[in-house]
Design a binder for this molecule. Structure first.
Ligand SMILES: [Zn+2]
Length: 230
């Protein structure tokens, strides 16, 4: 098996998702130098931070954490692109596992009862075959030993959010999610998970949908990255 694996690595060298450099055998997805320079978002204050304040425009949220700055022109945005569009399912799960270990010491991790990923509309999920937020959530659930449940559905509009202006995106998102929380999970602390937080409208409207169905729920949020430019 090792010979086959070595041969495979010679013919199909594994590349760093960020810089495209050839990975060493012990490296996975991201090379050591890119890992050391990850544009990290500070985890110091999960009770009050910039992305959390954006989401407060839409819904009350207890704690909020994000791990990376999403910078459009940085090579690091390749991590999100790979998970979202280029068949990076395993990378999505790995990033979720990494995220869970990074936030393990925070109250946000200690208090959470269940994890719910932000849904994509069913048409896009069908085309792509998976929901990137769900992959991150699955990786987190595995490490945190928590159930990951798809309890929110998007009432599809067919309009790609990325093609809309900020205000149109907000309009488009409002009222477009529906949550059904089973009786046994009501009044629990829910961790809502998504890949990138930009305006906060998407995750905020998902939180609204949960609270409309389960007013006693406590909601915290985690996103892999935060796009601070909008
Ligand atoms: Zn690299």
């Amino acid at each position: 098996m090792k010979i086959l694996k070595d041969l495979y690595n010679i013919l199909m060298p594994r590349k760093c998702v960020v810089c495209q450099g050839i990975l060493e055998p012990h490296e996975q997805y991201i090379c050591t130098s890119c890992s050391m320079l990850l544009p990290r978002y500070p985890l110091k204050s999960i009770e009050d931070n910039e992305p959390l304040r954006k989401v407060w425009n839409f819904a009350p949220i207890q704690y909020g954490a994000t791990l990376l700055y999403y910078r459009h022109l940085s090579d690091y945005h390749n991590i999100i692109i790979k998970i979202k569009y280029k068949g990076g399912q395993q990378l999505g799960i790995k990033m979720g596992e990494w995220a869970a270990t990074e936030i393990a010491h925070l109250k946000l991790a200690e208090k959470t009862d269940i994890i719910i990923p932000v849904p994509t509309d069913s048409e896009r999920k069908r085309r792509r075959g998976y929901n990137q937020a769900e992959l991150i959530a699955k990786g987190m659930g595995k490490v945190m030993d928590l159930p990951v449940m798809n309890l929110i559905v998007k009432k599809g509009t067919g309009v790609s959010q990325t093609k809309l202006s900020q205000s149109a995106r907000k309009e488009n998102a409002i009222g477009s999610y529906k949550a059904v929380i089973p009786v046994e999970h009501r009044g629990k602390h829910i961790l809502l998970v998504d890949d990138v937080l930009t305006t906060g409208a998407t995750i905020g409207n998902c939180a609204q949908a949960i609270l409309a169905n389960d007013p006693q729920a406590i909601i915290s949020i985690f996103t892999l990255a935060y796009n601070a430019n909008k």
